[in-house]
Design a protein around this ligand. Sequence first.
Ligand SMILES: Nc1nc2c(ncn2[C@@H]2O[C@H](COP(=O)(O)OP(=O)(O)O)[C@@H](O)[C@H]2O)c(=O)[nH]1
Ligand SMILES: [Mg+2]
Length: 328
Amino acid sequence: MDRKRTTIIVVLGMAGCGKTTFAQRLYSWLSEKHCRINRETGMNDEVFGANLDPACLATKMPLHYDIREIISVADLMERKKLGPNGAILTSLNLFVLQIDAFIKEIEKTSPRYVVIDTPGQVEMFTTSTSGYLLTKCLAKSPNTQVRMLYVVDGEKAQSQQCFVSNMVFASSVRMRFQEEVSIVVNKADFEHADTVEKWTRDFDLFLNSLAQEETISPTLRSIALWMEEFYNNFEIFHVSSVLGTGKSALLHSLSAEEASGVEGAGGAKDGDMSKIKDGMRGDAMREDGMRGDETRDNAIRENSSKTRQTLEDIQNKVNDIAISGGKD
Ligand SMILES: Nc1nc2c(ncn2[C@@H]2O[C@H](COP(=O)(O)OP(=O)(O)O)[C@@H](O)[C@H]2O)c(=O)[nH]1
Ligand SMILES: [Mg+2]
């Protein structure tokens, strides 16, 4: 039985850039075209919403999975005497130990898209082992592709330093995860938000703006020079999650990917496998996954066993944290 391809969208970005608001907007945009209501839950099973921010107070999109249902940051802080950041990192580590269950949940729902909201502080996800393992496990799951959307605060990024630091951060995400990263400049409704848009389109304009600033360091200027190359490697979208603008370019990009990967795989027979391979990213495990549920399960198990050692390392680290932090 052939399975449709699932695009897993990981929403990343600095604290307050609007990840949670954007995730909700994206969820609703995707649901307009992809809708399959589950009669039992009332949820749209074509778009799977997942909150992986254990410290978030209010989520906005409908959730199929919420990390807060399995791990409580407040509880960890209380019981293990951890600070908020240590508790969030520990929560993510504990979550990764149960990654199989998360992947099974996605498989069971069989969505076209998965939208994942990540912790407020971007480094919690991007520099932690758990964020890396999670992304790799998802990317290796059969018939899935990962798309990382790095959200930039379009208001704060009107400062040159903030603009450049976001671009550098997005590049480091690309380097670390080796998955496709696109930039989403959010809050396009703010006054002068078009400044950021112009900078991303016209490199000279950005350089000229630097010249007018007396405080700009030579380092920043040289980083800015490198950014011309940056524009060639990243797709950049401008949206207002509050107003809902910027939908068509982003959806077009997401569905273009879908067209190249999914549609080809849809009714494929064995003889068409080479065409499918062109539309996929040449991963043997993904190809195995086309051949049936049993093989798919085996692929997941194999993938899991590869990461088991690392997971055990994480478990040891979690125990270390618990031992050193817990006085009870
Ligand atoms: N004006 C405006 N505000 C936004 C937009 N997106 C998010 N916000 C606001 O930015 C703040 C932080 O948003 P949130 O989604 O919680 O950010 P997160 O920490 O990255 O998840 C909230 O007050 C949002 O209402 C937007 O497109 N325009
Ligand atoms: Mg948030």
